[in-house]
Design a protein around this ligand. Structure first.
Ligand SMILES: [Zn+2]
Ligand SMILES: [Zn+2]
Length: 345
């Protein structure tokens, strides 16, 4: 379905106070696909469609059309179905948001993350630990848009939610420190950023073990920050460690063996981003092309200067060979998953 195809300019019934999904202003347009989502104008409908609604319109519609119940048992079944649908919408919104982040479209991440936040609040409650991920996604998008005070607000909300829920979840703590670290890199506060990414690595190691692929995002950002602080040796060894961990993940046993667990879609996109950036750093023909290891706004613009000979050593070249095998495997990992163009090259 094309953007805008699902909408006709239906006036909201008089007396109702429907508001735009995007900006909360009074709404005049209704999505004819789900008959649940309202918008103030064409522009906002198109943005929401591209950001997340095209992926969840059908599910949102199913929520609205849940039929009446008669008995308690029917009511219980219906409530459970609705709950599952809302969880599904939340998960799909998070995947959409992640994809937009790595496609360098943070403006589209915001509606997706807000959709995820709304669903999480409805299903789990407004102070639930499930809200932390959407908050952190909102913060990341704001960092990329240069809206650092909004980012700080979302990070604080995420942190507060995590503390309030008394969650001991190291994985979430790791993500929270990662969010703060990203904000600090945007401010070019390299030393505190380094500390946050070290905490990211610490908590993900506690959660999964230091050799787990879920630690590699933290290693990557720690390495990028160390590069800024001119710690080239540690940076390169962290990059190589990332490659080793991913290689072990896919090829620990015999080549035909399946990896120990299935990656979800956001993990695949994140891994492609990290490994593509590492590959660029290791295979840059000169210092100029190494000056951008990661995609523009998502990554740091790593410092350049005639160090290319240092990067192009044998050890790093061996990593590039491994990286190509891993990248190829990741790009074909989920056949149905739309990958950001920049990660397909
Ligand atoms: Zn609007
Ligand atoms: Zn719809």
């Amino acid at each position: 379905m094309q953007s805008g195809a699902a909408v006709s300019p239906l006036a909201a019934p008089k007396g109702t106070k429907m508001v735009c999904e995007l900006c909360q202003k009074p709404a005049l347009l209704l999505c004819t696909g789900c008959r649940c989502a309202y918008y103030c104008c064409d522009d906002h409908q198109k943005t929401a469609w591209a950001a997340v609604h095209s992926k969840v319109c059908r599910l949102v519609g199913a929520l609205g059309s849940a039929r009446d119940f008669c008995t308690l048992e029917e009511r219980r079944l219906r409530d459970e179905t609705v709950r599952q649908q809302k969880v599904r919408i939340m998960q799909m919104s998070l995947v959409c948001g992640t994809r937009h982040i790595y496609s360098d479209r943070p403006g589209l991440t915001l509606p997706a993350a807000k959709q995820a936040l709304a669903m999480a609040a409805e299903v789990y409650g407004a102070a639930s630990v499930e809200l932390v991920r959407p908050f952190l996604m909102l913060a990341t998008a704001c960092v990329m848009l240069g809206e650092l005070s909004s980012a700080e607000g979302y990070l604080s909300q995420g942190e507060w939610t995590l503390i309030y829920s008394k969650s001991e979840d190291h994985a979430l703590r790791s993500q929270l420190f990662w969010g703060w670290g990203r904000m600090l890199t945007a401010r070019r506060d390299w030393l505190p950023a380094k500390w946050c990414f070290a905490e990211t690595v610490h908590h993900s190691s506690e959660a999964f073990g230091p050799q787990d692929v879920r630690c590699t995002l933290g290693y990557f950002w720690l390495a990028e920050t160390l590069l800024r602080l001119d710690k080239l040796d540690i940076c390169a060894s962290l990059f190589r460690e990332i490659v080793t961990i991913w290689h072990q993940f896919f090829y620990a046993g015999s080549c035909s063996e399946e990896p120990p667990r299935r990656l979800d879609d956001t993990e695949v996109i994140e891994a492609l981003h990290v490994l593509t950036a590492v590959r660029k750093a290791f295979s840059a023909p000169d210092s100029a092309s190494r000056s951008q290891t990661a995609s523009s706004r998502m990554g740091l613009h790593t410092s350049s200067g005639g160090r290319h000979q240092w990067w192009r050593n044998e050890e790093n070249a061996a990593c590039v060979v491994r990286l190509d095998v891993i990248l190829n495997r990741l790009r074909n990992y989920s056949p149905g998953l739309e990958l950001p163009q920049v990660l397909m090259r």
